[in-house]
Design a protein around this ligand. Structure first.
Ligand code: ADP
Length: 514
């Protein structure tokens, strides 16, 4: 048996996956590698194997302490000499570690990025043979992505300090731009880039309009994933607690998780969710990176994620075991406006933030297969999946050009000062406080949009925002204006075709039978 195969069986596997083998071969020949594969794609085996095959110690950098300690435990159980250098070691333990390293009793050394860039640690690493550097979650180095971690920015010095040691950067689902930015920051210009398909075809994607969100969630839990474990993502900490309490009251075992909870509570809730089946974890995105629980059968988004990357990563926490899993994202016009407002308030990298949001909007509002739209954001082209909500619906689309013209001209005539809810009421001819206050009844267009229901008007507006016909500006107040592109719609040069609108069904509390 050759060294590659004996290493594989030492690690407890029978066969490498094709991409793993390519990455290992490159590293073993001294080449740098950038490996992008979705969570669960088997990235750890690559640096573990190559680290064991090459002589010297493999240094593995990860931002997730829990993940490192879990990997080290598992490796030790397999009789592999792995250690974790962290700040919880007392001086005695640190001395033991240094002794073990010096005497070549360690093959894999795990540490955090903060630890690695300390001059004393860099100096220490220079005193022995290093087989490779593995940088896990390397997208954290990219200022472009939404996962930027400042402690990663100094890792670029590794290539200069250790020019002959191969580096492997590992990342989850990222777009081409982020890959370029990782290469540049880590000085991996000549690396072999390996990208596996990001498609997680066992996860069903549903994106639907939000109305009575809590009752919609009940419908999903009851009809689509009864008794299963899953995660519900919400934006606010308070909402996670309230929703978990409400679900518990209804007899649906739920826990919450957010950054402001004590470490002890977080650890306990995570452990319960991990060990027991049939629990719902209501969490903010703090419940994220590194979560690897095989039995998560669904992920619900009750609020909009911050980017396509975040959406993909969060959805990817379902179905880690490869068995069928489901995802549901609920949103409406209000969510889009709120997200834009939040992004507008961010002083730093506001442009990046806005662009990510606008890519997300286009994925949500785009025509055709959901999975195809999502993957095309990651430069991957796949045929329609035939099982997302779009592929399963009757595939009907409507020409909304006239409706778009009405709304655009109304934005123009009201100088962008009226909220969309009022504009829609004008189109529907509703005489109420808001419309009479601005004398809307005297407008020629008042009541000229009764052919569509309110939900359809909202979807027209969402589409016009997502595709930049309308821009929303957040200065002191919110103002809306139509763009150059909108003129083509107003002049009939561009047609606006929209997929048919759909609210996700609801189930009332009193109809719930457990
Ligand atoms: P990632 O780091 O990409 O998220 P992991 O390295 O945690 O993924 O691997 C995900 C799962 O796939 C793990 O349960 C691991 O045991 C399994 N796995 C990885 N490589 C192989 C392989 N060659 N054969 C069988 N199972 C594998």
């Amino acid at each position: 048996m050759n060294l590659k195969n004996s290493t594989l069986s030492r690690l407890g596997y029978t066969e490498y996956r094709p991409l793993q083998e390519q990455a290992i071969d490159a590293l073993c020949s001294g080449q740098d590698v950038l490996l992008a594969a979705p969570t669960g794609g088997g990235k750890s085996l690559v640096y573990q194997s190559a680290g064991l095959i090459r002589s010297g110690i493999a240094v593995i950098v990860s931002p997730l302490l829990s993940l490192m300690s879990q990997q080290v435990d598992e490796l030790n159980k397999k009789g592999i000499h792995a250690k974790f250098l962290n700040s919880t070691l007392n001086p005695g333990e640190q001395d033991d570690l240094v002794w073990a390293i010096r005497h070549k009793h360690i093959d894999l050394l795990y540490l955090s990025p903060e630890k690695l860039v300390q001059p004393s640690v860099i100096g220490f690493l220079h005193s022995f043979d290093i087989s490779l550097f593995a940088i896990d979650e390397a997208h954290c180095i990219s200022q472009w992505g939404s996962f930027f971690r400042p402690e990663y920015s100094q890792l670029g010095q590794l290539k200069t300090s250790f020019p002959t040691v191969p580096i492997i950067a590992l990342t989850g689902t990222v777009d081409q731009k982020t890959i370029g930015s990782i290469q540049e920051s880590l000085q991996l210009e000549n690396s072999l880039i390996l990208r596996s398909s990001f498609d997680r075809s066992n996860i069903n994607i549903q994106i639907a309009q939000k109305r009575k969100a809590k009752q919609q969630i009940l419908y999903f839990l009851h009809h689509e994933v009864p008794g299963e474990s899953g995660i519900i993502y919400c934006r606010s900490r308070k909402k996670t607690e309230e929703l978990a309490a409400w679900l518990c009251e209804l007899g649906l075992p739920s826990l919450s998780y957010h950054a402001a909870m004590s470490e002890e509570d977080k650890r306990r809730n995570h452990q319960t969710f991990d060990e027991k089946h049939g629990i719902i974890m209501v969490a903010t995105t703090a419940y994220g990176m590194g979560i690897d629980i095989a039995h998560v059968r669904f992920v619900i988004h009750l609020d909009l994620p911050s980017s396509p990357e975040a959406y993909f990563q969060e959805v990817g926490r379902a179905g880690r075991d490869g068995m069928p899993a489901k995802s549901l994202l609920l949103y409406g016009l209000q969510d889009m406006l709120q997200a834009q407002q939040l992004a507008g308030l961010q002083p730093l990298s506001a442009e990046g933030e806005k662009q990510r949001l606008s890519s997300l909007f286009r994925i949500l509002e785009g025509r055709g297969c959901r999975r195809k739209n999502l993957l095309s954001h990651f430069d991957e082209s796949i045929p329609a999946c035939n099982y997302c909500d779009r592929c399963l619906s009757t595939k009907s689309e409507q020409n909304m050009t006239t409706a778009s013209q009405k709304i655009l001209s109304l934005v123009y005539h009201t100088k962008g000062l009226q909220p969309f809810s009022v504009l829609i009421q004008i189109l529907l001819g509703k005489k109420n406080k808001a419309t009479t206050a601005i004398n809307a009844t005297s407008l020629a267009i008042f009541g000229k949009g009764k052919e569509l229901a309110e939900a359809q008007w909202k979807s027209v507006v969402r589409h016009l925002i997502a595709y930049d016909y309308i821009t929303i500006e957040q200065t002191n107040t919110l103002s809306v204006h139509i763009n150059e592109k909108a003129r083509d719609v107003l002049q009939g040069k561009v047609q606006i075709i929209l997929p048919s609108e759909r609210y996700y069904p609801t189930l009332n509390e009193d109809q719930l039978v457990i």
